[in-house]
Ligand binder design. Sequence first.
Ligand code: SAM
Length: 289
Amino acid sequence: MYVDGTVGGGGHAEEICSRLRGPGRLLCLDADDEALTSARTRLAPFAERTFFVHTNFRNLRDTLAEAGWTHVHGVVLDLGVSSHQLDAPARGFTFREDERLDMRMDRRQGFSAWDLVNTRDEEELARVFWEYGEERHSRRIARRLVARRPIDTTGALRNVVVSAVGGQYLTKSLARIFQALRIAVNGELDSLRSALADAVDLVVPGGRIVVLAYHSLEDRIVKEFFRSESTVQTQRGIPLLPSQEPEPRLRILTRKPIVPSEEEAVHNPRARSAKLRAAERRHVGSQHT
Ligand SMILES: C[S@@+](CC[C@H](N)C(=O)[O-])C[C@H]1O[C@@H](n2cnc3c(N)ncnc32)[C@H](O)[C@@H]1O
């Protein structure tokens, strides 16, 4: 019983399904209804093994409970936006097109990038650009943006960034500002923290959690979560007998993240920044294996 929390176009799911045997099942989640439609088509040959739920993976625990699954053998999360979302018209994720500012993965959600950009004050926007984009010119961009509101389209936002930054780092700044807004609109980092916490509870001993991250903010969350769950946590100053020590629940399988080869990055440039980390649920009681 496996969960693909980000089924997208169904590429990973198809590979997982092709390896399922006997009673093997895959629960496919995505916050984006269009992704689920295309995944369903691609996974039609595995219709008896697959289930689809339109939800955010932050609801992993409740979704599994509703499906009647008490545990799983593996969870995969391939974070961020899909190529489809970047390329499809009118989703407003990319500065390379001129579309209405949107960036919602789940279009049932009321709050979009338009609302964020046009209703939040300068200080909050600068904080979003700094915290979620690590953008050095966050204050200047926020000031220009507020002065030029309303900002209705990705093209208008792009022009604000061009006027505030310019120069050789422009493309990087554009990528950082668009990334920051996307993370804020979709609550991406909190969703990831919540899904990891649920996954470690729900995965059986020997089962695995695999996460692909595409920027340092999300990769740091995964790395620190795996590290804290794979080391013994003792409260300072409280001596414990070895038998009383809380046991780590995870064993890290990827000491360093797995990254694409040069060849893969050339063939699939959007994978260039990917970092894959994997961990295995330990058997409780099998101290430090
Ligand atoms: C990089 S793509 C996944 C591609 C997929 N692995 C494949 O093989 O086609 C990311 C997908 O995850 C979805 N997604 C991102 N964050 C999500 C979240 N918090 N909950 C549910 N789906 C999410 C996006 O809508 C998108 O379809």
